[in-house]
Design a protein around this ligand. Structure first.
Ligand code: NAD
Length: 478
């Protein structure tokens, strides 16, 4: 597929005609499609289109806006297989996972379609008995949505759907690695008859297209998910010109396994948290702190089960773990494995690329670590690499679990209520999971991190309203 930009309801090539290829990371001979390598001129057109559409769009009722989202969800349901297959080819997640993600996207559309009918303000008693005082939520205007490649369907939707239901118009810039998948998602909005300019889509490099969107004086708000380095830059630029911004960034998520844990349950959740999506979830488990009393049992079972993992092509039904999303991701992951070895961590399993000439496949990798200040224990690797630590009780586990700059998600396995309560109270993370894997997000609940994992706002569920609207306080006297 040749993915064009989508501006004011039309699929158009980039102004200067440049395109780039999107390659299947699991089969370097498979070109998934091309996308536009856009420039500032395209950004200008997209922002102008969003601005033109803003007024008529905000004048519609929530129910009228919601009807477009319901229709988009129905169309996406019809196209589920095609979208899921494109995503699996484009970024290497297994087809089962991309189908699950597409279904999640459909549910997100329906959830926010309903939001058009929910309350959007409060009546507050005024000090003057003859006056009416109330609040109402109003749209921000043009919103830039900048997304990563690891959830190419769900993340663009969990930002775009609330943005437009609350009356904003959008310029969406996806990661280049998954531009073709995202174009297919946008095509569902087009088929649903969304008015021109409400959702615009432009592809190209983050440094060119992303940066000029963030700098554009007519972009009123920026919602971003991606790496810390990019996020901080975006936050500074937005702050400097007074635009609203929301940043969801990296994680270094721990699992704590207490002496009384159900070991089989803890092993399965650690394995799934660390290696599903090839470790490329912001909520992936990347550190495990296991109580001395059960350490050797846990380690033995974890290694046995890790060795059973089938790595392979994302479209092959037998595959449990697909390739990393790109050659860059592979190089980055291998560099961290080298660092782990040079920092004297013990490699328990994995550590090597597989079939490198075919694609960016890698073995699921587990290090046994002692130094919690080593790079593999502190930095987000964003690949299937787990750092395993033996600890002396819940206190030490909690202290180490908190000893990183990130605070996105965290999980504990225990049957002891005191352990659970200590973890819930003292763990610095936006998502707290008890007897469940660290990677798990529910679309109807607030999502976001503490510390350097986010700009401290939340997305999804009702929390999205905070970011995508401004509150007006109204005082009316006869
Ligand atoms: P990235 O920061 O490299 O890119 C994210 C997006 O930003 C892409 O669309 C990219 O083109 C754009 N971009 C790059 N430079 C830019 C700039 N200067 N100005 C504006 N836009 C720019 O991240 P990635 O490699 O695509 O994704 C992986 C990262 O995303 C990981 O750190 C992961 O933890 C994080 N992530 C976080 C969450 C969360 O909700 N917290 C969810 C998924 C992924």
């Amino acid at each position: 597929m040749d993915a064009h930009n989508f501006i004011y309801g039309q699929w158009v090539p980039a102004v200067d005609g440049q395109t780039a290829k999107s390659i299947n990371p699991g089969n370097l001979n498979d070109t998934v499609g091309t996308y536009q390598d856009s420039t500032e001129a395209d950004v200008e057109q997209a922002v102008q289109a969003a601005q033109e559409a803003a007024k008529p769009w905000r004048k519609l009722s929530g129910a009228e806006r919601g009807a477009f989202l319901y229709k988009t969800a129905d169309i996406m349901e019809e196209r589920l297989d095609e979208i899921a297959k494109t995503a699996a080819r484009e970024m290497g997640k297994t087809l089962a996972e991309t189908k699950g993600e597409t279904l999640r996207g459909i549910a997100i559309l329906r959830y926010y379609a309903g939001e058009g009918l929910r309350k959007n303000g409060d009546v507050i008693p005024a000090s003057d008995a003859k006056a009416l005082m109330y609040t109402t939520r109003v749209p921000l205007g043009v919103v830039a949505v900048i997304t990563p490649w690891n959830f190419p369907i769900a993340i663009p939707l969990w930002k775009t759907a609330p943005a437009i239901i609350f009356g904003n118009t959008v310029v969406l810039k996806p990661a280049s690695e998954t531009a073709v998948t995202c174009a297919k998602v946008v095509a569902c909005f087009e088929a649903a008859g969304l008015p021109p300019g409400v959702l615009n889509f432009i592809t190209g490099s983050g440094a060119k297209v992303g940066q000029s969107l963030v700098e554009h004086h007519r972009v009123n708000a920026i919602t971003f998910t991606g790496s810390n380095t990019t996020g901080k830059k975006i936050g500074q630029t937005a702050l400097a010109r007074g635009a609203k911004y929301q940043l969801e960034m990296g994680g270094k998520n721990p699992v704590i396994v207490a002496a009384d844990a159900d070991i089989e349950q803890a092993v399965d959740a650690t394995l799934s948290g660390a290696f599903k999506s090839t470790g490329q979830k912001c909520t992936a488990t990347s550190r495990a702190f296991v109580d001395r009393a059960v350490y050797s049992t846990f380690k033995k079972l974890l290694l046995e089960k890790t060795k059973e993992i089938v790595v392979g092509d994302s479209l092959d039904a037998k595959t449990w773990m697909g390739p990393l999303a790109s050659q860059n991701q592979l190089a980055n992951c291998l560099a961290y494995i080298e660092k782990g070895l040079s920092e004297k961590a013990t490699l328990l399993t994995g550590g090597h690329a597989i079939d490198q000439e075919k694609g960016s496949f890698i073995e699921p990798t587990i290090f046994e670590c002692r130094d919690h200040h080593s790079s593999i224990a502190q930095e987000e690797i964003f690949g299937p690499v787990l750092a395993l630590f033996e600890v002396d009780g819940i206190e030490e586990a909690l202290r180490l679990a908190n000893d990183v700059p990130y605070g996105l998600s965290a999980s504990i396995f225990t049957k002891n209520i005191a352990n659970m309560l200590a973890f819930i109270e003292d763990m610095d993370a936006g998502l707290i999971r008890v007897n469940a894997e660290s990677a798990g997000v529910e679309l109807q609940a607030p999502f976001g991190g503490m510390k350097q994992s986010s700009s401290h706002s939340r997305e999804q569920g009702e929390a999205a309203k905070e970011f995508f609207t401004a509150t007006k306080t109204i005082f009316v006297k006869a």
